[in-house]
Design a protein around this ligand. Structure first.
Ligand code: NFE
Length: 500
């Protein structure tokens, strides 16, 4: 038995440690740990309730919009506020733009580098000026012997990167193009969000931006540009990756249970992507009362599992048996996977026609079977399909906006009460729970996508979703964990969020 520890896992947000035991070339045990404490829930206590969306967005620079949406909805629930149709649509548009940005970031700038030899840029001699400039920069970084030469490209885990020069050059070119596309997506979000990454206009009751024709058309122009990149680069690149790394369609199978809270408000308040649970391949309605967070293996005070409405965050760094700053959320006492794959699984099981068609098309194009969706390749594919569906559907929200109509409800909330707000962040199911007394926050709890996926052992010793997915991964003797990192990154970790 050998131990392989990947610490820190690079090209993720936050501090993530993955510890594995390998026997006969396969992972037989895994522990996943969030390595820092943050304490946002404690910071929020005693603050004005209107501060909640402002402060909780600072949990993360990658998915701040989803924290704003969850927070606004929690405060609205506690205070009896209802946003007007324009407010809901603007939230969906800003959130949608943030998804486009986040999914492109994950694929091109974080995960794809596990499958591309970025050092091939040093041999690049083609026509693109930006790639030549990148080559010169990397050469200079390496020759000047910086502590982290050529970050974010080096250092990296070694392994079976393709030697194919055309593959590597094409991927590097799209790496640079995707930076442009993310800028565009940020511009779109800022158009109605006021600024990015942390929006200024999402407030309890709606969005303070006015709906003007000029902004609708500017947003639409950005959307057309990003959608074209998704159709002509992201989806073909994904198909090429699945073809080249077909083995990853059978690696990284998770717990086989999927959860989505449902997301993207339509003008009438219904959700574009449905809420639900898939267990043993079957759809079940989602019931928020069945959530509880366990802390047996987390560095917090141990007690009976708590629903987030009654949740507590009491750090106990040195407690025996605890190894992570991430709590262990469970649904009906079981670990569940969240994220784009879960959303596509739930929507497909619920019979949403567009999603079913798009997933089937992607399976047909890549030759993957339905059973292979629950894998590293399947997670990447589901994220790409979701990006495409979203980039197409967002136009309907633009068309439904009504210039001249209000986008925010007058603020006349109840000064006391309790409520919760659920949404889907790019990485999965996100919920905020708040208790308010005389306009001040008494209790605030966040249950975040990467908390679900990167959960440590539950109180029964049952593994979290990523811990389960890493089991069985074949590991070559000389890679020091590249294969494990590929499984872990397919979940798009954000540990800053997970520990919040
Ligand atoms: Ni920090 Fe986040 C998303 C949220 S993740 S990136 O998506 O909420 O756990």
């Amino acid at each position: 038995m050998t131990k392989i520890v990947v610490d820190p896992v690079t090209r993720v947000e936050g501090h993530l440690r993955v510890e594995t035991e390998v026997d006969s070339g396969r992972v037989v045990d895994a522990r996943v740990a969030g390595e820092m404490f943050r304490g946002f829930e404690a910071v929020l206590q005693g603050r004005d309730v209107l501060d909640a969306p402002v402060i909780t967005q600072r949990i993360c620079g990658v998915c701040p919009v989803s924290h704003a949406v969850a927070s606004c909805r929690a405060v609205e629930d506690a205070q009896g506020l209802t946003p007007p149709p324009n407010g809901r649509l603007l939230r969906s548009l800003v959130l949608g733009a943030n998804y486009l940005q986040s999914h492109l970031l994950h694929f091109y700038h974080l995960a794809a580098l596990d499958f591309v030899d970025v050092t091939a840029v040093l041999a690049y001699d083609g026509p693109r000026a930006d790639l030549r400039a990148l080559r010169a920069w990397v050469e200079q970084e390496v020759s000047s012997n910086r502590i982290l030469p050529a970050a974010p490209f080096l250092p990296r885990l070694q392994g079976d990167y393709p030697k194919d020069a055309a593959w590597n050059a094409a991927a590097l070119a799209h790496y640079l193009d995707a930076l442009e596309m993310r800028t565009e997506a940020h511009r779109m979000a800022a158009r109605f969000g006021g600024k990015m990454p942390h929006t200024a206009s999402l407030v309890p009751g709606g969005v303070t931006a006015r709906v003007e024709h000029e902004d609708i058309e500017a947003f639409r122009a950005g959307l057309v540009r990003v959608r074209s990149f998704v159709e002509n680069a992201y989806l073909p690149d994904l198909a090429a990756l699945v073809a080249r790394f077909g083995a990853y369609a059978t690696v990284g199978r998770g717990v086989g249970r999927f959860l989505s809270y449902g997301a993207f408000e339509e003008a009438d308040g219904s959700a574009w992507l449905p809420a639900g649970v898939v267990r043993e391949g079957r759809f079940e309605p989602f019931d928020p009362a069945r959530i509880a967070e366990q802390t047996g293996a987390a560095r917090y005070a141990r007690g009976t599992p708590r629903h987030p409405a009654r949740g507590e965050t009491r750090p106990e760094p040195g407690r025996a048996g605890a190894y992570s700053w991430i709590k262990a959320p469970r649904y009906d006492g079981e670990a569940v996977e969240v994220g784009p794959l879960a959303r596509m699984m739930v929507a497909r099981a619920a019979g949403v026609p567009d999603v079913t068609r798009a997933v089937d098309e992607a399976l047909g194009r890549t030759g993957l079977g339905e059973q292979q969706l629950d894998s590293v390749a399947g997670r990447h594919l589901a994220r790409g399909v979701e990006t495409l569906l979203l980039a197409r559907h967002m136009e309907t929200w633009l068309d439904a906006l009504e210039p001249g109509q209000p986008s925010v409800a007058p603020y006349d909330g109840d000064p006391s009460g309790a409520g919760y707000g659920l949404t889907e962040a790019p990485r999965g199911a996100l919920g905020h729970w708040v208790t308010v007394a005389d306009g001040r926050i008494e209790r605030y709890q966040c249950l975040v996508p990467s908390t679900w996926n990167f959960s440590p052992r539950g109180d029964r010793g049952d593994p979290g979703p990523v811990e389960a997915a890493v089991l069985g991964t074949p590991v070559a003797a000389d890679t020091r964990g590249l294969e494990v990192a590929r499984v872990v990154r397919s979940f798009d970790p954000c540990i800053a969020c997970a520990v919040h």
